[in-house]
Design a protein around this ligand. Structure first.
Ligand SMILES: [Zn+2]
Length: 255
């Protein structure tokens, strides 16, 4: 009885309080190759996170690692949470492509292609990232946030992926983190003013997974991001990585 009570207590303690407000920064489009170098905007955010003693997450487009740049790869390793840094890197696809097929239909890397193709892109990207950096992806966010039911099946090709960023609600095998507010008014353009308006109007609670493209940010966008982060900090939001959040809210995985 006593051990059962203790166990219950531990389970309760591991869960965030119902009213706990958690923000996860989802920063897309890291590249680290000779032809596709790391954008300086990511380094600026990492330096900010270190100074703030906080964490962010960044999505890696993995075909850039076919010809890796040694300096960029060293930066990824040094900044990874696994190595004591402030960034959780996540799977943001192999080539991040979208195109119009022969029939004039729009297709994306993970919306349209068949199971074998999607599985290969997921696995090749995860394997190359591991081989290049020594790190394992736990979260996946599709390029353009475009995915279909085939992607859910393809995810089985990489069992370490247990978290979706902006994924399909019908995936019962993995934890799906949804979208609520936005910090960018257009891809790569942050607006503090618009965010603050939405924040007051919608009064979000629970989890906010906020997407940005730090590599494209102007000085103004970066400053607006810093102001948004300060607003949330002042308002009692806890900042976590996707894996930290998943560990705190874990439920038994359905097989
Ligand atoms: Zn992207």
């Amino acid at each position: 009885m006593r051990s059962f009570a203790l166990l219950s207590l531990l389970v309760v303690a591991a869960l965030p309080a119902a009213e706990e407000k958690v923000v996860i920064w989802k920063l897309d489009d890291v590249k680290a190759g000779e032809q596709k170098r790391l954008a300086p905007g990511f380094k600026r955010v990492a330096e900010w996170a270190k100074a703030e003693k906080t964490v962010v997450t960044m999505g890696v487009i993995c075909d850039s690692l076919e010809k890796p740049n040694a300096e960029d790869v060293a930066w990824i390793k040094a900044n990874a949470v696994e190595n004591g840094g402030v960034i959780e890197f996540w799977h943001h696809g192999w080539d991040h492509k979208s195109w119009t097929d022969a029939g004039g239909k729009q297709a994306w890397e993970f919306k349209g292609p068949n199971l074998a193709t999607q599985s290969k892109h997921l696995k090749d990207a995860a394997d190359l990232f591991k081989q290049t950096t020594g790190l394992t992806f736990h979260a996946f966010g599709a390029p353009f946030n475009a995915n279909d039911d085939t992607t859910i099946a393809a995810m089985d090709a990489v069992p370490s992926l247990t978290i979706w960023m902006y994924g399909p609600k019908q995936d019962t095998k993995r934890q799906v983190l949804g979208r609520s507010l936005n910090i960018e008014v257009a891809t790569g353009k942050v607006s503090y003013e618009k965010f603050a308006q939405d924040y007051v109007a919608k009064k979000p609670t629970g989890l906010m997974l906020l997407q940005g493209h730090s590599g494209m940010w102007s000085d103004e966008s970066f400053q607006d991001f810093v102001k948004i982060a300060a607003l949330l900090k002042k308002d009692g939001w806890t900042t976590l990585t996707a894996s930290q959040y998943a560990a705190r809210t874990a439920k038994p995985v359905q097989k």
